[in-house]
Design a protein around this ligand. Structure first.
Ligand code: GDP
Length: 284
């Protein structure tokens, strides 16, 4: 199944981001560290153009640390600035401030040479829903602020939020959609909880999860469900779902087993898992 997004809304959101872009020195593109490819909006780079830009791999506490390293390297090789972040549990302000100052060092130096001592940096967050934009804004501002317009396509008055480090932030994050023209992207977003559970059938998501775990996190899969490599041999992934349904004692309630598997992934039963593998989307 391929999801259709409404091009009208998409354009409206794009125009809004473009408008706000003019007011800032730098864009913080927030992505989910578990989905560094699938949670990016592919048109964002076109919208951003020459504007300075940092990719923030947020929710790094939920992602596979080895994969996060690989993804950082892959972005750096493309010439993009990138940091990883756990905005929920750590000091987002310090880390983002350092990254912003690194990226804007030339501009800041220019101002300093012209006698402007404390150039007030202006930044905005953009990203698809649920990647942590509000959490990051709140952490940077140091209090709970009402993040306005946190809905695609809604125009609201925007304000500047002050931080303690000389950076002003737009209180209205730019919301963009993921581009789900690849079924894998949709299934991964569903598995991570980024898109609503009603959009994909649980068995499709669970079958995707099982095949992904079997390929990349086999030891965890075997340990968590107390199964042997032999149990998987000569079985298609739907067969494995049936086998596990039985093993869980759910008779033939495959949906219940599917929901359990999805929840187990989300609850990190298999450890931190990254669903995008560097390089996988570039072969076709
Ligand atoms: P937004 O839609 O982009 O504004 O996303 P939110 O800031 O509302 O965050 C979505 C969910 O992700 C919330 O439940 C946050 O608590 C959670 N979240 C945000 N950042 C992190 C993080 O770094 N680690 C973890 N584990 N959860 C996070």
């Amino acid at each position: 199944m391929v999801l259709q997004w409404y091009p009208g809304h998409m354009n409206k959101a794009k125009n809004q981001v473009q408008d706000r872009l003019k007011q800032v020195d730098i864009v913080l593109e927030i992505v989910d560290a578990r989905l560094p490819f699938s949670s990016r909006n592919p048109v964002l780079e076109d919208i951003i153009g020459q504007k300075k830009h940092i990719i923030i791999l947020n929710k790094s506490d939920l992602a596979d640390p080895q994969r996060t390293k690989e993804w950082k390297l892959s972005f750096q090789q493309e010439g993009l600035a990138v940091i990883d972040l756990d905005a929920k549990h750590t000091n987002a302000l310090g880390k983002i401030n350092s990254a912003i100052r690194r990226e804007l060092s030339e501009k800041i130096a220019k101002y300093e040479n012209n006698g402007v001592k404390n150039y007030q940096i202006k930044a905005m967050c953009v990203g698809i829903p649920n990647v942590g934009k509000s959490t990051i804004l709140n952490k940077m501002v140091g209090k709970n602020v009402a993040v306005t317009g946190n809905k695609p396509g809604v125009t609201k008055n925007q304000n500047w939020l002050k931080t303690s480090v000389g950076i002003d932030l737009l209180d209205t994050p730019g919301i963009l959609w993921p581009k789900i023209d690849d079924n894998r992207v949709g299934l991964k977003l569903a598995l991570s909880g980024a898109i609503k559970d009603q959009i994909f059938a649980p068995d499709d998501v669970a079958i995707f999860a099982l095949s992904f775990l079997e390929s990349f996190y086999l030891d965890s899969l075997l340990t968590v469900y107390n199964i042997e490599p032999n149990d998987l041999r000569n079985k298609t992934t739907p067969d494995i779902l049936m086998f596990l349904t039985n093993k869980f004692g759910y008779k033939d309630d495959y949906d219940r087993a599917a929901r359990k598997i999805i929840n187990d992934v989300r609850k990190l039963k298999f450890g931190p898992v990254t669903f995008d593998v560097p390089g996988e989307f570039y072969e076709e």
